[in-house]
Design a protein around this ligand. Structure first.
Ligand code: ADE
Ligand code: ZN
Length: 335
């Protein structure tokens, strides 16, 4: 449709996407066969039908289970290239991509394997599609902070390969504050900081902790701030970018439906929001009846389901460049 085309034609940065959340069903089944990993589904069609989630933690069970098919460097290369091909179709000029090292280290897959593979895929994607990328190493908030510290120590020799750190996984009951020392050390290593916060109901406090205790410059999701007037006003005043993912939020039932997503209200409140995908193949089936709900689908959903005008869509795309970790000179090139 006309709308889909115009959403794809707008140059945009994607700031919130998990590379493990980019395991397309095609790649999932191909790697499972190659690496002899048993999947709980007999076919792609069966998996597609099963991708109906009741909550963030319900989704995370499927997400972490699927990571088991990622074994060799080449698997990670393919995974990265799969994202890049889709990002190109969606008009992405720059992507800041999260990865979850703890999900691999705990299975005996080394950080070298993960990083070498991802870098190869991103390099191939850059030469093929011209998309620049950065990597964000995420820690699991539902594991001990000392686990995250050990992980940060492991990445020290490769610190120049990553641009920042983040915090993800199950949120309710897992506050940000215990990760103070992890983020302090990451910053001392020259890394930028972001964190998932205020994704789930009742978790607005994590937004405040992510800013005040972890020193984050950006917030992933952050949608729960709409229930806290003072916090919302603070985020507006301090121009904190929020990487919002409407289709993911609908798929993981943190909002009742796509139509009821607060993204447009957030924009009208003066928040610096961006639109992003989160986990494209997981979010598509239940919400837009598609195998892939990438950033293009998020922009399209904003226009068709959330009432964003063309001007508002353009504002979001501009926000995405401004909220990126590109240098001032690089930003000027896109704006
Ligand atoms: N890891 C992958 N997707 C996530 C999400 N939506 N929230 C928290 N952790 C995640
Ligand atoms: Zn996320």
């Amino acid at each position: 449709s006309q709308r889909a085309v115009y959403a794809a034609e707008i140059p945009k940065a994607e700031l919130h996407v998990h590379i493990e959340g980019c395991l397309s069903l095609e790649l999932l089944f191909r790697l499972a066969a190659k690496n002899r990993v048993r999947l709980p589904f007999a076919s792609i069609e069966e998996a597609y039908k099963a991708y109906q989630f009741t909550s963030l933690s319900d989704f995370l069970d499927s997400y972490y289970l699927a990571t088991k098919v990622l074994v060799t460097e080449d698997d990670f290369r393919e995974l990265a290239l799969c994202y890049m091909a889709n990002a190109y179709n969606d008009g992405v000029c720059h992507a800041e991509i999260s990865f979850d090292p703890q999900a691999h280290l705990s299975r005996g897959v080394s950080l070298e394997t993960v990083l070498n593979g991802l870098r190869k895929g991103l390099k191939q994607g850059k030469s093929k599609y011209g998309i620049s990328t950065m990597l964000i190493m995420c820690f699991h908030r539902d594991k001990e902070a000392r686990d995250a510290l050990a992980c940060l120590d492991k990445v020290r020799p490769y610190a120049s390969w990553i641009s920042g750190v983040g915090l993800d996984s199950a949120e309710a009951g897992y506050p940000a504050a215990p990760f103070r020392e992890v983020f302090r050390r990451a910053k001392a290593m020259g890394l930028r900081c972001t964190a998932h916060a205020g994704e789930e109901e009742g978790c607005a406090q994590n937004i405040t902790e992510s800013l005040d205790v972890l020193g984050c410059e950006r917030i992933d999701h952050g949608i729960q701030c709409i229930k806290d007037r003072q916090l919302l006003e603070r985020l507006v005043r301090e121009k904190i970018p929020l990487t919002v993912c409407p289709i993911s939020n609908a798929a993981l039932r943190v909002v009742p439906s796509l139509k009821e997503h607060p993204a447009r209200d957030m924009l009208h409140s003066g928040l610096k929001i961006t639109l992003n995908s989160d986990d494209p193949p997981y979010n598509g089936p239940a919400i837009i009846s598609a195998y892939w709900a990438g950033i293009g689908a998020a922009y399209k959903a904003a226009a068709t389901h959330l009432g964003f005008t063309r001007g508002e869509i353009l504002q979001v795309a501009i926000n995405s460049i401004e909220a990126s970790w590109l240098s001032a000179d690089q930003k000027k090139h896109y704006l």
